[in-house]
Design a protein around this ligand. Structure first.
Ligand SMILES: [Zn+2]
Length: 216
């Protein structure tokens, strides 16, 4: 099982990747988590990445690619993996293909999570986070018992800068520009499978199982 999950922010890739990786006993490799871990571990790559993150800049392709190369080269990656948030650009996709080729591997499927823009906006702008414990809520799909107050600790809920409507629209625009060309890239290589990222989680999970079937 060597799969990449592709889709806009808010498409629900992370939730599905975490569950399915556990079920398939493969690795869930999320670039965001890997970057945070590298920074926390204080590795050379982590220190380099931190320099960009502290400035609020995107971590450049070559740093992400080296981090991924290091991780995919470890023995446990031989069990299979789900890539979540990578590749994000054509340059990353090409580097990934080369990296896997060097390891004598290739991607089996790229799953694209299709979610409409109004639904993405609803999901992303409705998110609220507890200032005290970090627990997350959603104003319509997972509201707290008391408006603006955390169920778990009574802390104040707030909307992260990242989740404000203008920021969300900007994130979706960056995604469209950088990542949508990947759909054609993988379609041309007969690797792309599209699933609807809307509806009940269990339905989405079954749709993914179906398109990656037979790779257990
Ligand atoms: Zn709380």
């Amino acid at each position: 099982m060597r799969v990449a999950f592709l889709g806009p922010p808010g498409a629900g890739k992370g939730t599905q990747a975490r569950e399915l990786a556990q079920e398939w006993e493969g690795l869930h490799l999320a670039t965001g988590d890997m970057l945070r871990e590298a920074v926390a571990a204080g590795s050379a790559l982590g220190r380099e990445a931190k320099g960009y993150m502290d400035k609020g800049a995107l971590v450049p392709d070559d740093v992400i690619i080296r981090m991924m190369a290091e991780r995919l080269g470890k023995a446990d990656a031989g069990r299979g993996f789900i890539l979540d948030g990578f590749p994000r650009t054509i340059a990353q996709a090409e580097a990934l293909a080369k990296l896997l080729k060097d390891l004598g591997q290739s991607l089996d499927t790229v799953v694209y999570f299709d979610v409409s823009e109004p639904e993405l906006l609803r999901r992303l702008t409705g998110r609220r986070v507890c200032r005290t414990c970090g627990h997350t809520y959603h104003v319509t799909s997972n509201p707290p018992r008391r408006d603006g107050v955390c169920d778990a600790c009574g802390g104040e809920l707030y909307q992260r800068e990242d989740d404000r409507e203008d920021t969300v629209k900007n994130r979706l625009e960056v995604y469209r520009r950088q990542t949508e060309p990947l759909l054609d890239y993988y379609r041309q290589r007969n690797l792309l499978a599209t699933v609807s990222g809307e509806g009940p989680l269990a339905t989405i999970r079954d749709a993914i199982r179906k398109v990656v079937g037979g790779m257990r």
